[in-house]
Design a protein around this ligand. Structure first.
Ligand code: GTQ
Length: 356
């Protein structure tokens, strides 16, 4: 979303009389388009975002160390941002999307707040934490995909009731850079730390999670009424497909999560997917204009991104930039969660993809 420096500053190589002219018009806040046109309107995407992989085994100790430095309450959200190495300091993983790993320790609370930015959570490590959205609490299990809709109150916590409970880590995906681009961000803190739980756990899933909808329900929200999509159900679907049909040559068996009321993306700005690659899979190359963040749930393999090999294991996160060629390879059966800004690009009619 940030314009590149090359787009703004005319090159020093310009002819002296042109440079002198540029110098004279600058105080009037004018700039010559012809020096920047090629960068502003490129022949094809030229993203500053680069392919990158975060090895969970390598970064987990840093995440755990953060808990010795600050509590979840003081931090509000104790997260290590997965900053794209091509865009340091900008708190983004692709140009439009933010990803981070959030840590909750047993007994902690991340206080209730709300914001315009939509969030998704994908549980990476540990069990026993919960998130509360709109008065309904959901317990987190590894592989669950959970939504925080725009402007809904939400708090996270970990009651530490079980003797085996430990740290819980999840991947946060937010449309923070998109909202920042539009200068449309609002946020507020709740008056209470943890919102009052007013609904029994599982109510949303009972009402909307079984290809059925309460008979007099009319939907007004832009976001799915299911806010937790359990891994057990999604994984079961992939296992059944593996038994019943050949994998797609590019993406294996890949399903997108939907809003059951529309069939579209579960949230306006992000499309999450879950895919299974069979052992020995050597996928064909494909690319899309939606830069994508992947979280590895099961198995080992390699993402070949514009020729760069990113070897992955469970709990790793990697990012594939817009228009980079991706080939997926699996050494064992592998399950990948992913999300991109595709619904936004589709809404404005600019999404492109190609399958080689
Ligand atoms: O859990 O509400 O990673 O507000 C960044 C901003 C998580 C959250 C993030 C947030 C949250």
């Amino acid at each position: 979303m940030q314009t590149t420096a090359t787009a703004a500053a005319p090159p020093a190589t310009a002819a002296p009389e042109r440079r002198a002219y540029y110098d004279r018009i600058r105080p009037y806040h004018l700039a010559p388009l012809w020096e920047a046109l090629h960068a502003l309107v490129p022949r094809e995407p030229a993203s500053p975002c680069v392919p990158a992989l975060w090895r969970y085994a390598e970064i987990r100790p840093f995440l755990m160390e953060s808990a010795t430095l600050i509590t979840a309450e003081e931090a509000v959200r104790r997260v290590l941002v997965l900053e794209n190495p091509g865009m340091p300091g900008q708190s983004c993983t692709t140009q439009s999307l933010y990803a981070g790993l959030q840590l909750i320790m047993p007994g902690e609370v991340a206080p209730s707040h709300r914001h315009v930015q939509s969030a998704l959570r994908f549980i990476v490590d540990g069990r026993g934490a919960y998130t509360t959205v709109g008065g309904e609490r959901t317990t987190m299990h590894p592989g669950d995909f959970i939504i925080t809709p725009s402007w809904d109150w939400h708090d996270h916590g970990h009651e530490a009731l079980q003797s085996d409970s430990g740290p819980v880590v999840w991947l946060d995906g937010l449309d923070i850079p998109l909202v920042r681009f539009f200068d449309a961000g609002f946020a507020e803190n709740d008056t209470q730390q943890s919102q009052t739980v007013s609904q029994p756990e599982g109510r949303s899933y009972a009402r909307f999670g079984h290809n059925m909808v309460p008979v007099r329900h009319t939907h007004t929200s832009r976001t799915s009424p299911i806010f937790s999509y359990p891994y057990a159900r999604s994984r079961e679907a992939l296992a059944a497909l593996q038994k019943s049909e050949a994998p797609d040559a590019w993406q294996g068996w890949k399903l997108r999560y939907t809003n059951p009321l529309t069939g579209g993306a579960p949230m306006p700005t992000m499309q999450p997917c879950l895919q299974l690659l069979p052992q020995g899979f050597r996928g064909r190359s494909h690319r899309g204009t939606d830069g994508t963040v992947y979280s590895v749930v099961e198995g080992r393999g390699t993402a070949v991104v514009d020729g760069q090999r990113l070897g992955f294991q469970p709990q790793d996160t990697f990012v594939v930039p817009s228009w980079a060629r991706l080939q997926l390879e699996a050494e064992t059966d592998a399950v990948l969660f992913s999300f991109s800004d595709r619904p936004v690009q589709e809404a404005i009619g600019i999404h492109r993809e190609s399958f080689d």
